[in-house]
Design a protein around this ligand. Structure first.
Ligand code: BGC
Length: 347
């Protein structure tokens, strides 16, 4: 642990490093639980940081697109920044046009988490008070980052509430398996284990439909490059300026709480592979469409469109307003639990 900086209002931010015997290193800060760096070997054994981020706290405290952060209380979009639960209407902060995105004005990505260390893991906790950003109920959230000897970073999320509320938690890391700052991710070869995705309207809110990927640029059931579809003229790709969609993961045969393979990304030059395993029903595949050459990353290079991709394991966007989607409601006495693993290897 080391001192990483001070917030504008004078609170200390700490930095932690997890390291395994194979040399993989994961860095995390107490602000937003942000993963600031993930260093993994290529097929020759050369290490590179594959996670987009910054080398200083000031940039994390200023505006940025959720690099590496824990997002909540509700990751992704809620239509109109409003939902009803048990006949009570709740109004959230709208920070994405008419939508609430990733928890509102000051989401979990900007909160200071309490961190405790154990052998190969970090335990982060945060109490989100009743009414924070408009959400009901005091919510006690914990997130555990653990690193295995086999180069897997496991993230376990848990939450308890004292009043009915909604919860959707994810980690918002952006990856570039060539190394952060090394250019676009168009030549990465991606596989997504999803027969369906949830199309969105002009405001990027799901229409409620689960559309087959078959015959569309959303069909990643066989490996293909990200670039092949990112330039497609499909109306969904045009509307979101590229991939920025929730995929309905194939979970047939898996029980609740069982990890399923959601995605595999392979970068042919370095040979690096990232597999994403999760207990969640959905995955937002976001191809960094809105990276607009305004932020300088950790290695001093400007982040441009599609210089990184995010694979955000989650429940579907706008579930609080979509009774047909798997429920995100959490009630007192229930425990929210979710696990995602990022498994790194080479091929
Ligand atoms: C969303 C994008 C958004 C990005 C950064 C992603 O999870 O799907 O639309 O631009 O987060 O906020």
């Amino acid at each position: 642990m080391r001192d990483y900086g001070r917030t504008k209002d004078g609170r200390t931010v700490e930095a932690y490093t997890l390291r395994n015997a194979a040399g993989m290193e994961v860095k995390c800060i107490s602000f937003g639980g942000i993963l600031t760096s993930i260093s993994v070997p290529d097929r020759q054994g050369g290490f590179a940081n594959v996670a987009l981020g910054f080398d200083n706290f000031a940039q994390y405290e200023a505006e940025h697109p959720y690099f590496g952060a824990i997002t909540g209380r509700y990751a992704n979009r809620i239509d109109g920044g409003a939902f009803a639960l048990d006949d009570v209407d709740y109004r959230l902060f709208k920070n994405d046009g008419e939508n609430s995105l990733h928890g509102g004005e000051v989401g979990f990505d900007k909160r200071i988490w309490t961190v405790s260390e154990s052998d190969s893991a970090l335990e982060l906790s945060y109490r989100s008070p009743d009414g924070e950003e408009g959400y009901p109920g005091n919510l006690d959230v914990s997130v555990r980052y653990s690193l295995s000897e086999g180069n897997a970073l496991q993230i376990d999320y848990a939450a308890l509430t004292d009043a009915p509320t909604v919860v959707n938690l994810t980690n918002h890391s952006y990856f570039n398996l060539m190394g952060e700052g090394e250019g676009t991710i168009y030549d990465h070869i991606l596989t997504l284990h999803a027969d369906h995705y949830t199309p969105t309207d002009a405001r990027q809110i799901p229409t409620g439909e689960k559309a087959p990927v078959d015959g569309t640029p959303f069909d990643f059931r066989q490996p293909k490059t990200i670039g092949s579809g990112q330039r497609s003229s499909h109306p969904q790709i045009i509307a979101a300026q590229g991939y920025d969609h929730n995929f309905v993961l194939n979970r047939a045969g898996l029980s609740d709480g069982e990890l399923g393979l959601a995605a595999r990304a392979y970068e042919p030059v370095s040979g690096r592979v990232l597999e994403v395993w999760t207990t969640e029903p959905g995955l937002q595949f976001y191809a960094g469409n809105f990276l607009d050459a305004t932020l300088v990353g950790s290695s001093g290079r400007l982040y441009r469109q599609s210089d990184g991709f995010a694979l955000e394991t989650q429940h579907f966007p706008d579930s609080p307003n979509k009774p047909e989607f798997p429920s995100t409601v959490l009630r007192p006495g229930q425990r929210f639990e979710s696990t995602t693993e990022y498994r790194f290897s080479t091929d």
